[in-house]
Design a protein around this ligand. Structure first.
Ligand SMILES: *Cc1c(COP(=O)(O)O)cnc(C)c1O
Length: 502
């Protein structure tokens, strides 16, 4: 992006910087006129709104036939347009978006996106974002935004009730799971005083399925050199409680400081849910902080199956959920909850003189008191509005549908001759083409070829990972637009690919 400085005129002529009486008024009137485009009137607003909503409508009308992945054709001319001194017409600017920004790459808003952890993009949430931005209510601190802060606290309480946390729980709406995990880890660091030479003796217990954002969070929290013990997993990629107990005993005997048991509830790779109930009991007995990363899996608590699989989550000390995954919100929504809310305030309270009359409020915790942020988007609205307008019923139905789709895919992909693990815990299925007689390296190549074949076709978007060092394919049913049609399409594509191999 190029901004040509020579094209910027001096806003105020030098002689007008300290003009006397009338000249000053004239200069102010001129400047007010020049700045007026910043605040369009109702006719211009309607024109602009129609153009923007029109683009949104065109996008949504073709979302069902849109491929899950479009290869990047490289940069187009539009994005090299310099930021102008005088604005360009909406048609021109929105055309650049429509041609060069929206089409290439993955389509997380499409039901054909079955790779990584797909996203959502609920229309109701998009309209909530628009309202949040237009009203620009301040959601960081209670005094300027009492309604916004109350709303965010109600939304957090709804999630805390879903998890089964007590009244004294606290939380924060973040930009996503990575930041939510960072906040939880900082609270756990301070609660256990992981500082000074205790850092080097502290141990965190997890499995190979732990999300990489945890390592990042430890580093950012200044405790990157705590010991991370990678425990073995069962055939469903879940932590083995007996292995945890053995590791804890060994580490205590060696004079180390067991600090955190980290359960993953819906691993990004495999969808595996660690056995939270026994892990929580062990953590409590050993005096460890029990953190559950349920960024992907947490909202399956809305379903009876999810409640069974995630049993024990209510005993955790902190938990992370990502509404931009399994609550189908647009990107930019995470939740962190801490069982003892005072722990969050202990780590993140802090205030400046300029806030002396604004913090704290006796009844409502302000987001700024329990997170690293001060000013932040009014994130609660994009979650509250869809939940209020739709109720939880359609969310529960969509999540149950995803669980069933994963089971269906698991059965059918196995019937095609792929090797799969046990039934999926949630809605991610891993599978590998592993024909008899092929060496592991040959099988790796075949799986890469199968994936590339599906990418060339593009109708659905699948991804791969490494499990025990071997290339393994994945299918993640997460989007609210993923239905039987998309999953059957994926199975068809895979059938064509393996037929081409043999
Ligand atoms: C997605 C995910 C994260 C990271 O969350 P972001 O929202 O991408 O920052 C962390 N842990 C798990 C288990 C996840 O699925």
């Amino acid at each position: 992006m190029e901004v040509r400085l020579e094209t910027i005129p001096e806003a105020v002529p030098p002689e007008a910087t300290s003009p006397p009486g009338d000249d000053l008024r004239a200069a102010l009137r001129r400047l007010e006129r020049a700045a007026r485009p910043l605040d369009p009137g109702s006719t211009r607003r309607r024109h602009l709104r129609n153009r923007v909503l029109g683009l949104g409508e065109r996008f949504l009308r073709q979302i069902r036939t849109q491929p899950g992945f479009v290869p990047d054709p490289g940069p187009g001319p539009g994005l090299d347009t310099p930021i102008p001194e005088r604005g360009l017409p909406p048609e021109v600017v929105l055309g650049i978006l429509e041609r060069e920004v929206i089409p290439p790459g993955a389509h997380p808003a499409s039901g054909a996106h079955l790779a990584y952890i797909p996203g959502g993009g609920l229309y109701h949430a998009a309209l909530a974002d628009w309202l949040a931005a237009v009203t620009n209510k301040y959601a960081g601190v209670f005094l300027p935004g009492p309604g916004a802060v109350r709303l965010e606290n109600r939304v957090l309480r709804w999630v805390a009730d879903l998890v089964g946390y007590p009244r004294e729980a606290g939380g924060n709406l973040t930009s996503g799971g990575s930041l939510a995990n960072l906040i939880a880890l900082v609270a756990a660091r301070d609660a256990h005083d992981i500082s000074g030479d205790r850092i080097h003796r502290a141990v965190l217990y997890a499995t190979s399925q732990v999300h990489h954002c945890i390592h990042k969070a430890l580093h950012v929290a200044g405790i990157g050199c705590v010991r991370v013990r990678t425990l073995p997993v069962d055939d469903g990629h879940r932590m083995i409680p007996e292995a945890l107990e053995a590791a804890l005993a060994e580490d205590r005997a060696a004079g180390l400081l067991p600090w955190m048991v980290l359960g993953t509830a819906g691993a990004t790779d495999t969808g595996a849910v660690d056995p939270l109930e026994p892990l929580g009991k062990i953590a409590r007995r050993e005096g460890c902080w029990f953190h559950v990363d349920a960024a992907y899996g947490g909202f399956f608590l809305l379903t009876p199956h999810g409640r069974r699989v995630l049993r024990g989550i209510e005993e955790s000390d902190s938990v992370v959920l990502d509404p931009h995954k399994t609550l189908f919100l647009p990107w930019g929504s995470g939740v962190v909850l801490v069982r003892d809310g005072a722990r969050l305030a202990a780590s993140f309270a802090g205030s400046g003189h300029y806030l002396q009359d604004a913090l704290p409020d006796p009844l409502e915790v302000s987001p700024a008191e329990v997170s690293p942020e001060l000013t932040k988007p009014f994130r609660g609205l994009r979650m509250w509005l869809p939940l209020m307008l739709l109720g939880t019923g359609p969310f529960r139905a969509a999540l149950e549908e995803k669980l069933l789709l994963a089971r269906h895919f698991h059965r059918e992909v196995r019937a095609l001759g792929f090797r799969t693990g046990p039934e999926p815990d949630l809605s991610v299925v891993t599978y590998r083409w592993d024909p008899p007689g092929a060496t592991p390296q040959e099988a790796d190549r075949m799986n890469r070829a199968i994936l590339e074949g599906t990418r060339r076709d593009g109708r659905v978007f699948l991804s791969s990972t490494l499990l025990e060092g071997r290339v393994t394919l994945r299918m993640a049913a997460v989007s609210f637009r993923t239905h039987l049609r998309e999953v059957e399409q994926a199975l068809d594509l895979l059938r064509c690919q393996v037929e081409a191999l043999s």
